[in-house]
Design a protein around this ligand. Structure first.
Ligand code: PMP
Ligand code: GLN
Length: 390
């Protein structure tokens, strides 16, 4: 029985249900083609699925080591060294987590004290701010201009105070599809160099970068690496977002504090899946083929929109494409996203919910991690919509 006088006060009174749940539920209710939440609608490699089954049959069904199965941590360390020339010690500097979300949440919880400031760049993926607030931290936001969402590093520097404990960056960026250049990372490095600030570098789309560009991981830069949690997601890389598997890499002293929280929040994550990932990750093609795979999908989607009045800059990375609808209608993005579901049976994400004060840039986010026929159908709907309006 629930006592009828149970008093409590919310720790997150102003946080709304995440946009991914709100839009996803509406999309399902109306049977819409769903390009909203970021997940593939095609299957993962059956070899990976078989490896999980095999690990279960081999009896890896009890707890893994607290920081993760060592073999997986070793393979991750080798991958980072090969791609970014940074050595992380698998024993002390890599932890396997429940997706990148837990890595980010745990890193924030381990270091942010009440009253500490944490700088985030808006539009921002929606899990950063609540994690800061629930720990008594103060999010300090820098809103980026809609035209390309480039960072003005002088403006960024102006946000740093003696209370700044942490900065969160995300490259390739969700929702904008922008990537940080080497110059961006160098500027960030110089700004942070004289400070005591910890960096969370959310790199879940590290293997989805287009047009021959390279992913500039924080782990590539000496001073950044020495203060960073580099956070990654197997869900994104291997088309298994529902497995909720990720990891983070950080210098030993930082990782020690991280594990002080991790060991009591989750202890360890799914063991057979870690065994399977360790094996699968040994073949580097499984990661490195992703750029071309998703570039094709981006191009196919955009080609289908040629006859429409949407305007866009092709996404540089991630599996998201922003489309600007200013030439079609001036209604608010949330209203348009809802109308697209109800009247056109197509779901996408209005990005005002990721902006400061829900600033409406008149752009919508579309996830192109979808089968060819889904993308074809979606671009037909969007073209029809665009041509039947106004
Ligand atoms: N960061 C960003 C930028 C994301 O888009 C996502 C979405 N999945 C996450 C973190 C969370 O990743 P995971 O599903 O591995 O928790
Ligand atoms: N990262 C996914 C996106 O941006 C959503 C994951 C989630 O719903 N939490 O669409």
């Amino acid at each position: 029985m629930i006592p009828n006088k149970l008093h409590f006060s919310s720790k997150l009174p102003d946080v709304k249900t995440t946009i991914f749940t709100t839009v996803g539920d509406l999309a399902r209710k109306h049977d819409a083609v769903d390009l909203s939440q970021g997940f593939p609608n095609f299957e993962a490699d059956s070899r990976l699925i078989n490896l999980v089954h095999q690990a279960m049959l081999e009896g890896h069904n009890q707890y893994a080591a607290m920081p993760g199965y060592f073999g997986l941590r070793e393979t991750i360390a080798q991958k980072i060294e090969k791609l970014h020339h940074r050595k992380y010690h698998p024993e002390k500097e890599i932890t396997i987590t429940v997706g990148a979300t837990q890595a980010i949440y745990t890193a924030i919880t381990a270091f942010v004290h009440p009253g500490d400031e944490v700088i985030i760049l808006k539009p921002a993926y929606d899990c950063y701010e609540p994690a800061i607030k629930i720990n008594g931290g103060i999010p300090i936001v820098l809103q980026l201009a809609a035209n390309g969402y480039k960072v003005d590093w002088d403006a960024f520097k102006g946000k740093i105070t003696n209370k700044t404990r942490m900065v969160v960056i995300n490259t390739p960026h969700n929702p904008s599809g922008r990537i940080f250049s080497e110059d961006d990372m160098l500027q960030l490095q110089e700004i942070l160099r004289p400070t005591n600030i910890i960096l969370i570098s959310d790199e879940v789309y590290e293997h989805i970068v287009f047009d021959g560009k390279e992913h500039q991981s924080a782990s590539r830069f000496d001073d950044l690496a020495s203060r960073s949690f580099v956070c990654a997601s197997f869900g994104k890389t291997f088309h298994v977002t529902g497995w909720k598997m990720g990891y983070c890499a950080a210098p030993a002293a930082l990782m020690h504090e991280f594990r002080q929280v991790h060991q009591f929040a989750v202890f360890c994550v799914d063991h057979p899946v870690q065994r399977a990932l360790a094996e699968y990750l040994k073949n580097e093609k499984h990661c490195l083929s992703l750029n071309a795979f998703y570039q094709q999908k981006r191009d196919f989607f955009l080609e289908g929109l040629k006859g429409s009045r949407f305007t866009f800059k092709p996404s540089q990375g991630s599996y998201f494409q922003l489309l600007d609808y200013t030439a079609i209608t001036d209604e608010p993005d949330e209203q348009l996203a809802e109308r697209l579901i109800l009247d056109y049976k197509l779901a996408c994400i209005p990005i005002s919910s990721f902006n400061v004060n829900n600033r409406d840039d008149k752009v919508l986010r579309f996830c192109f991690a979808k089968k060819r026929e889904t993308l074809e159908f979606a671009s037909e709907i969007l073209t029809n919509f665009s041509n039947s309006e106004g």
